[in-house]
Design a protein around this ligand. Sequence first.
Ligand SMILES: *Cc1c(COP(=O)(O)O)cnc(C)c1O
Length: 463
Amino acid sequence: MKYVSTRGGMEKIDFKITVFEGLAPDGGLIVPESIPELSESEIEKLKRLSYQELALEIFKYYVSDIKEQDLRTLIKEAYKNFRAKDITPVVKAGDIYILELFHGPTWAFKDIALQFLGVLFEKLLLETDKKINILGATSGDTGSAAIYGVKGKKNIAIFILHPYKKVSEVQALMMTTVTDPNVYNLAIEGTFDDCQAIVKSIFMDLEFKKRYRLTSVNSINWARIMAQMVYYFWAYFRICEKEKCDSIRVSVPTGNFGDIFAGYLARKMLGEKRIERLILATNENDILCRFVNNGDYSLREVKPTISPSMDIQVASNFERYLYYFYGENPQKTKDTMERFAKEKTIKFSEQEIDRVKKDFLSTSVNQKETMETIKEFYEETGYILDPHTAVGVRAGLKFKEGYPLVCLATAHPAKFPETVNKALEFSIKLPKEIEKLYNLPQKFEILPADTEKVKTFISQKAI
Ligand SMILES: *Cc1c(COP(=O)(O)O)cnc(C)c1O
């Protein structure tokens, strides 16, 4: 499999090259040159595989430049630190299913992709004797998942900026208690926007970027999307063997369109009849919901909510969907995205909206509804949802319409205890692994919100 740009201006590249690339050089996103649509017999063969075997079979369609045996070893290594034997267990709660994606080291779904990306980075760097320094800003989940993905790995150092005292206590501890010598937590005296602005301006200094071989691990990385496709297959197989069904709906709490885009590709591979529709659940930051329901993709201010990992307006993977929506037409994708960059809005026609609605159903869930859902779902089923998952469950129940429904649980409730305790009106018990974090030694640097100071720090510690 070769890879192309959604804007058509890039020579075809191999999988191994995509792993270290963010944007394509023409400003587009990297996509496989085709998405295989599986035959009945191919799907039949995937049904009874373990999670890791399933991942291998799916990755093989997209990775032709790593030997099968090596890929198998990488997958085994990536998932060895998960607490659940099934990696992403499907559990029943009331009359819906919950796909638990939070059994990795940082208790949220980003581990599924970033644990794999970490081992993949290390292997490819050792092969070519290269070193990289990863730089990123986080408001919580991505930073800790990236740190756990690469901690202790050879030829990699990681620098993660977070706003000092402005991320939840558990989220901060998950980063600062990692004391491996290749991990640097920079607590910035400022907001998350300051952290992002600093990272952005450092990446724009091309000379600095090149000298320190700076790399990002953001949600547009193709290998991350690929790793996330696996659990959609997994959920479909587990539910249909229980329900003796051949069609399900999947509800996905969405911010950057990364997770749900992986679902969109899994649906292409499995066939639209198997995943009848994807339910796109947003919080009050509802640009994607307005897109699906009214054809209105226009930028508004970001509003902070109790599901902070979805507080996003520009969904960085949206361009990939657009590319497929336009029948893999790079010119049309390019024109539309360039227009959006200028006008901050895209308007879709009625006919186009009808087509979008064949893929997605969507609703936006406000904070009051999210709190109610945590409480009511617990009272009805005994299952405790985190605020992100609650957004997905609320939307999912609205659109169940008789289908077997699975909702993606993107974080464990113990990651957001303040909100969950308030919703439930009692204090949830924290898992012992999280409780332990409060007593571990911490390692972080406090720096002012000053790009030059951050650059100086990186230049002293980079490998
Ligand atoms: C990142 C994140 C999301 C949103 O995922 P996207 O791929 O950005 O749509 C949802 N829930 C949690 C807990 C997250 O960390």
